[in-house]
Design a protein around this ligand. Structure first.
Ligand SMILES: [Zn+2]
Length: 167
């Protein structure tokens, strides 16, 4: 958990918030993935839960939807000063969306690799286990990535949710 050293008090507080959002989603029967966008001064700008429902949109990942909303609201030069906090590491699609929106910084809880071990090939979440750092490193500008952080806590909701969901 050495990544914790890279976190500010604001980062920790935002991560706790996004993990609580994921818990609430699980209670509502929604895939427990949450994302939160915060500006450089620590103000919460937008939050987004998983949007698979109601249309069974397989691309409705919280981070992808949040980055689309953010890109419609702000230009990349502003988003470069923002941090997105996510309960689980962005998949390749979501990291791509963050790259294209112009996000500057990302903090995530649960790694895709560990998530894959929990969900396996679940029909609603066949986890795409590619480190988001690899996606960002293939781009042409820097995106700071911190994670996994609070990973045990971030894993808990998934360990219970996917055992029963959709079965
Ligand atoms: Zn995704």
């Amino acid at each position: 958990m050495s990544e914790l050293n890279a976190l500010s008090d604001v980062d920790l507080s935002m991560m706790h918030h996004v993990l609580e959002m994921a818990e609430t989603l699980a209670e509502e029967g929604v895939h427990p993935f949450a994302a939160l966008l915060v500006d450089g001064a620590g103000n919460k700008l937008m939050e987004q839960g998983n949007a698979y429902l109601p249309d069974q949109d397989m691309t409705g990942h919280a981070e992808r939807v949040l980055m689309t909303r953010a890109s419609k609201a702000w230009r990349p030069d502003f988003l470069a000063s923002c941090t997105m906090y996510v309960s689980a590491e962005p998949c390749a699609m979501c990291a791509g969306a963050a790259y294209w929106a112009g996000l500057g910084r990302l903090v995530y809880g649960l790694s895709e690799h560990r998530l894959k071990g929990i969900t396996g090939n679940h029909p609603e979440n066949p986890t795409l286990d590619l480190p988001c750092r690899l996606v960002f490193e293939s781009g042409q500008r820097d995106v700071e990535v911190i994670g996994p952080v609070l990973e045990d806590e971030a894993a808990e909701v998934h360990e219970t949710f996917w055992q029963t969901h959709g079965k």
